[in-house]
Design a protein around this ligand. Structure first.
Ligand code: NAP
Length: 459
């Protein structure tokens, strides 16, 4: 098999290289996961929880090395550290609710009948993970899947292939058997072949719409349940009664953090006409404070994009929008580290409209378009004019209006006065091309278990 190379965006060097499994070796890995599942599920829940928590603690213990590796793999500035605040909060929350969520639900327990609905592990859970938040996106499924009694096979993104290895090291060192959690390097054809041949009982795919479609095609006819957490084009809407400074701060951070490579990053902003000029002025000033540079430099707040081909997409969207009449408010000369490749100057666009790709297709980079709106109705129409539905962020002091608007927005999460955040107690989900399914919250456990009904008559 041809090795898969991880090209670092920091300097274009080959940072790691791994040979993917042959089809036979991949099938054998899936078979081992299947064989290991029943003994794992037979262990007490408290033991599985304790092992998972120890594994996550081990991961935290490796933070300095992991931070350095993240910078090399996907360009995130080291000043932003690891992802373990969120990893720990999600692990703790899912651990805390496991017993109650997985407990059988009794319908009747009388002298005649015992009737209840139990939750049973699905079997082997396959995680196909993206590179942009490589630990967090994996943990969302890995932790509940193992706690619920599934075994897990992980195929991480080629861009962050070392993340799978670090996770496997931490989980195995905790005492989780090698076949209960396996990290594998697979090419797309082998991945799809395994899914098409029913190697797994659940597939969680987090990634692009095109990738999700390929996974859905591979699974067609197998009835394998799929969780598809795909792209977004998340809007922010600033109403006339918004706290302007807070809105600028959070929305621009949501647009630019991680070089704009957040699934729920802010990609388009609609501002009430009464605040529009002030918002744009402050947004531009906010962006000018960013420092684009090598992620190992302590003062870099914006690193390179994870791959120069991702930056090329964003450069193309910006150039096309400008050619169609958009105005670019940031002079790239202010960001001398922009090298025409992975290092990309941030950009704020005005005079944009929905005929432009930059307002309709996922950019997944440090660019945001801002449009003026006259009222809620116009903002609502524009927010819903999108193939995606992941999150929407409304800025207002009026809770009732935010909730009422939220009810009309086609999206997975409504935020009021915040953005770009995952709450472990709420379901992470989407609609339209953002996919389907749900992770985190008690619903995250329902995704990795199935109901089993017990109808026991006492004679
Ligand atoms: P991607 O190119 O779709 O890849 C995601 C994962 O799927 C990688 O492991 C990739 O492997 C694999 N993959 C892609 N196509 C495949 C195929 N045809 N067959 C088998 N495996 C395939 O996405 P990405 O660039 O890593 O991630 C960015 C995207 O993820 C963005 O669209 C972002 O919005 C989305 N995302 C969504 C969420 C959410 O919660 N909704 C969270 C994070 C990211 P290789 O790396 O080996 O190609």
């Amino acid at each position: 098999m041809k090795p898969i190379q991880l090209i670092s965006p920091v300097d274009g060097s080959v940072y790691a290289e791994r040979t993917p499994l042959t089809l036979d070796a991949a099938k054998a890995a899936a078979a081992r996961a299947k064989a290991a599942q029943k003994p794992w599920a037979a262990r007490p829940l408290a033991e599985r929880i304790a092992l998972v928590k120890t594994a996550v603690a081990n991961l935290n213990g490796n933070a300095p090395k992991i931070v350095e590796e993240l910078a090399w793999q996907m360009g995130r500035p080291t000043r932003f550290g690891d992802e373990f605040g969120g990893v720990n909060a999600r692990t703790d929350y899912m651990s805390d609710i496991a017993a109650a969520t997985l407990a059988p639900q009794t319908i009747e327990d009388s002298d005649k009948f015992r009737r209840y609905i139990a939750r049973e592990a699905l079997g082997v859970v396959f995680i196909v993970a993206p590179w942009n938040y490589p630990y967090l996106t994996t943990i969302n499924t890995l932790v509940p899947a193992l706690i619920a009694g599934n075994t897990v096979v992980l195929k991480h993104a080629s861009q962050t292939m070392l993340v799978g290895e670090r996770l496997a090291d931490a989980f195995h060192a905790a005492g989780i058997p090698a076949d209960v959690f396996q990290n594998v390097v697979l090419d797309h054809a082998t991945t799809e072949h395994l899914i098409a041949n029913r190697a797994f009982n659940f597939v969680n795919f987090t990634g692009s719409v095109g990738g999700g479609q390929a996974i859905e095609r591979a699974a067609a006819g197998t009835f394998t349940p799929l969780g598809l957490e795909l792209g977004g084009k998340d809007p922010g809407y600033v109403r006339a009664d918004a706290n302007l400074d807070a809105a600028v701060d959070t929305l621009m951070d949501g647009a630019m953090f991680n070089a704009g490579q957040c699934c729920c990053g802010i990609e388009r902003i609609y501002v009430h006409e009464s605040l529009y000029d002030a918002f744009v002025e402050k947004a531009v000033a906010w962006v000018k404070t960013l420092k684009l540079g090598n992620p190992f430099d302590a003062d870099s707040t914006l690193g390179p994009m994870a791959n120069k081909r991702f930056a090329a997409v964003v450069r193309g969207q910006i150039a096309e929008a400008v050619a169609a009449g958009a105005k670019a408010l940031i002079d790239p000369a202010l960001f001398p580290a922009d090298d025409g490749g992975a290092y990309l100057a941030p950009q704020v666009l005005v005079n944009v409209d929905h005929s432009m790709r930059v307002m309709m297709e996922e950019s997944f980079g440090p660019v945001v378009g801002i449009m003026k709106v006259k009222d809620d109705a116009e903002a609502l129409k524009l927010m819903n004019d999108s193939p995606y539905g992941l999150t929407a962020s409304i800025w207002t002091e009026d809770y009732d209006t935010a909730a009422a608007l939220g009810a009309q927005i086609e999206t997975g999460t409504i935020f009021m006065n915040r953005a770009d955040y995952l709450d472990p107690a709420l379901c992470w989900t989407g609609c339209k091309d953002t996919g389907r399914g749900g992770s985190l919250s008690y619903l995250g456990f329902l995704s990795v278990t199935r109901p089993k009904s017990y109808h026991l008559k006492k004679v």
